[in-house]
Design a protein around this ligand. Structure first.
Ligand code: AMP
Ligand code: MG
Length: 330
């Protein structure tokens, strides 16, 4: 696997020539976006897309998001309706994926046989330039093995893959740290199939939208799978006095021979457990969450996480945590 290190603030087009060439020729290239690292392949090349499913061990009924670098290319692969057009105008490029009617050119493997295609334009200089140079739409699920926490650093990608992929573009840490919001624009009210940094509140400024409940997950095939999980058990505590409860639980687990670790916002040094600081606000929490799960997984067998209120990006955080482990209200 080739590793191409790139400074997101000061790179030249030439630096991305090789990864773009690999994409164009049917190879697999991991690259940073503002959400998480993606595992990219030419979305119109059936064989290349199949290689993504193989490398990730991704179930074939879980469709991929197609990434583009221009509005023109959206129209080449999808048929946006008036609502989708408005959302494109407001939120692209950004952490929002739109499910729209697909065009013929998009092969069935990419959409897992669905008549709809999910499209996003990442708000990241390296990702945009790479897609533009490749000259093709790029299907890119998160660059982790299926079921593992999503990658927010190139190191995470390298941890999960070796020779199964051709290249990693290392552009440093991702800014948002959680995967994009996925919205189905073919129904009304619109449906949030996966919460993310573009929140329900933000979309509601323009259209009626509802978040689909667990019972309806068949609409977003990816949502039914176990996700984001380290090998350690993940226990998420929410409610009042969570800190006290987290420490008490950790003590109890330790006395029963377990190796607990803690992930919380500004926990401080009032304990001697392995710990990961999730920052001082929900944005920092989101950015750090997957790295916290991966880091603590190396030294713990139970990870106790401080839950958050399901408002704004908090909804996306709790959505990921509910898939990584079990949530307890204390
Ligand atoms: P990932 O590739 O890991 O970021 O996951 C992509 C998410 O988008 C999954 O939850 C998929 O189920 C969802 N998705 C992708 N394409 C479609 C589609 N055509 N219709 C509905 N959901 C989709
Ligand atoms: Mg994923």
């Amino acid at each position: 696997m080739k590793i191409v290190k790139i400074d997101p603030d000061g790179f030249l087009e030439d630096d991305l020539k090789i990864p773009a060439e690999i994409l164009r020729k049917g190879g697999i290239v991991a690259f940073p976006t503002e959400t998480v690292y993606g595992l990219g392949a030419n979305a119109l090349d059936e064989l290349a897309v199949k290689r993504i499913f193989l490398a990730k061990r991704r179930p074939p009924d879980n469709p991929l998001i197609v990434h583009v670098s221009s509005t023109d290319s959206i129209y080449r692969i999808a048929k946006p309706n008036r609502i989708a057009e408005k959302l494109i105008e407001e939120f692209f490029p950004g952490p929002l994926t739109l499910v729209m009617e697909k065009r013929e050119v998009v092969p069935d493997v990419t959409t897992a046989g669905l008549k709809m295609v999910a499209v996003r334009m990442p708000d990241h200089r390296i990702a945009l330039k790479l897609i533009e140079l490749a000259g093709v739409p790029v299907s890119a699920p998160s660059a982790n093995k299926s079921g593992k926490p999503s990658p927010t650093k190139a190191e995470h990608v390298i941890e999960d893959f070796s020779d199964e992929i051709d290249c990693v573009v290392d552009g440093g840490k991702t800014e948002i740290g959680l995967e994009s919001t996925v919205v189905d624009t073919t129904v009304y009210p619109l449906e949030i199939l996966r919460p993310g940094a573009v929140t329900k509140e933000m979309i509601e400024e323009f259209f009626d939208v509802r978040e689909i409940r667990k019972a309806e997950i068949a609409r977003s095939p990816g949502m039914k799978y176990r996700h984001y999980s380290p090998s350690a058990d993940v226990l998420v505590l929410t409610g009042i006095n969570v800190r006290g409860e987290m420490l008490e639980l950790a003590e109890r687990l330790r006395s029963s021979g377990k190796k607990p670790g803690l992930a919380a916002m500004q926990l401080g040094k009032i304990h001697d457990f392995p710990a990961y600081d999730l920052g001082k606000n929900l944005e920092e929490y989101a950015e750090r969450l997957f790295d916290a799960l991966r880091s603590l997984d190396r030294v713990c067998d139970v990870i106790i996480v401080e839950g958050v209120e399901e408002k704004g990006i908090g909804a996306a955080i709790m959505n990921r945590l509910s898939k990584a482990g079990r949530i307890y209200r204390v």
